[in-house]
Every structure is written in structure tokens, then in C-alpha cells.
Write a protein that binds this ligand. Sequence first.
Ligand code: CP
Length: 304
Amino acid sequence: MRQDHLISASHLSREDIEAVLDRAADIDDDPAAFRQRHAGKVLGLCFFEPSTRTRMSFDSAMKRLGGQTVDMGPVESSSVKKGETLADTVRVVEGYADALVLRHPSEGAATMASEFVDVPLVNAGDGAGQHPSQTLLDLYTIRENAGLDDLTIGIMGDLKYGRTVHSLAEALTNFDASQHFISPESLRLPRNVRYDLHASGAQVREHTELDEVLPELDVLYVTRIQRERFPDENEYRKVAGQYQIDSETLEAAADDLTIMHPLPRVDEISPDIDDTDHATYFEQAHNGIPVRMALLDILLSQDR
Ligand code: CP
């Protein structure tokens, strides 16, 4: 990987992505070969926002590489409550760790924090900005189930505030992927993401209805409406529950459609889909282990 940090999926080349995905496949094939790879190293977890998957899978990944983790814990019990700045927090924690994972509610926080540290920093979600390590596990899941080239993908839900969507859409421009975005008008992709996609020559179409495109899709990537990002609860209520899929919705889908979701879900995917061959979201979440092990292995092994 060319960078010391992982801040945005737009910084990832196809070569970078394939290096992580190939290493993750090696880990999946022979996890024992990596068990002591980073013994003696420590990963710092700084989460200023709630998380289950990202926090726990980075924690587990580091331990499965033979390393250890130190966790800032909840913001409420940290010195952030005494007014410590993000810059000071990461400058202190880099002295306790060989790499940092940062989640923060403010877009741009990871970029800013990375300017204050010399150890590798992974952006684990910055507000409605980016979530690039999620994208790597999403791409791994797509590669395993549908292939990454000659791919037709539908990305549905909250495209405005969904950081996993911004990262995935930008990373997919490295592949021969046709991207369909399905959302209410008020939750379209942000202008800057649309601009970046067009500038990189991506094949992009926008829709308000899933049935316009469902039969063509190899992958349907569903996202939660990000209630916590809406400045006005009334605006959330106008779009809540508009995009829900169940067995009836899927009657028009290809038999081998892969359904993904970064999770957590609220009501976007009916539980009656969970036991079908389409449901890939729990496998996707589990892929966080080999993919984050691979990412940490690469970042911690770089000669810096
Ligand atoms: N997908 C994801 O980022 O989940 P968490 O918020 O639980 O980490």
C-alpha cells in the first residue's frame, strides 16, 4: 500500500485493494500461519461514536495476529470529557500503540488526526464521510460471491449520509462495475462523491425505485437510513421505512442475487430473507476478521 494511513477509499488503487484482499484470502486459508505475526505490537482503539462490528473485529484481528489492543473506552469515561482535543488525544495514544483506529462523528476528523501522528491511522468512520476498512471487507465479500469485474451493483438507501456507500462507490471505480444508486431524492449521493465518480469515468445511474433496476443486479447493497445524522427529525420521518425489501420484493431478482448490508440494520431487510441464499450480510460482517487482519498486517509491516 502506498500510504502510511488509510483515510479514504479514494486513495486506494486496484493494486492496493487486491493486495489486501489476496492477503485476507491467505489468512482465510491458513490462519495459523499468521498467529504470531505481530506479537509484541499494540493497536490503539479510539472510538468517539458507537460501534459493534468495527471495534470488535479490529480488536479480534489484532489479537489473532499475536498482538494486543488498548481501548480508549467510552467517550464519557475518557479525558475528552475534560475538554481534551482530538489532536492531543491521538498524539498521546500513539505513544501507547503501534497503529491507531479512529472513529469520530465529524467528517474530516481522521484526516486531521493523521497529521498529528507517525504511526499508521485507520479511519473507522468519520461522520458522513468515509469508512474505507468496511469497503475492503465489502469488496472481499463481493469478490467471493459475484466477482469484481463485469459487476452490476445496486446501492440503496441513505446515500447522502452513508459513509460506507461513499467509500464503496469510490473504490469500485477501480473495477469494471456498473453502479446503480437507488434512494429518495433527498438522500441522493452528495455532490462531491458524484463529481468524483464522474471524474473517474465510472458507469453511474441514479433511480428512485428499486424495481427499475432489480432484475439486472448481481449485488444489492442495502443501507440503513442514518437517523443520527439528520439535522431535523421531521426530515428523517419523511424517508424512514421507504426502502424495505422482503421475499415479495425479490420475486423480480436474479436467482443468484447477492444481498449485502454493512449492518446494523433497522427494518431495511426483512428477517424472512436471512435464511435465503441471497443473504450475505452476516458472512460480510464475519469477513471483517481476515480483511482487517490483512490490513493491519500490511500497515504494521511497512518499513517506515
Ligand atoms: N458496519 C459498521 O461500521 O458497524 P459498526 O458501526 O457496528 O462498527
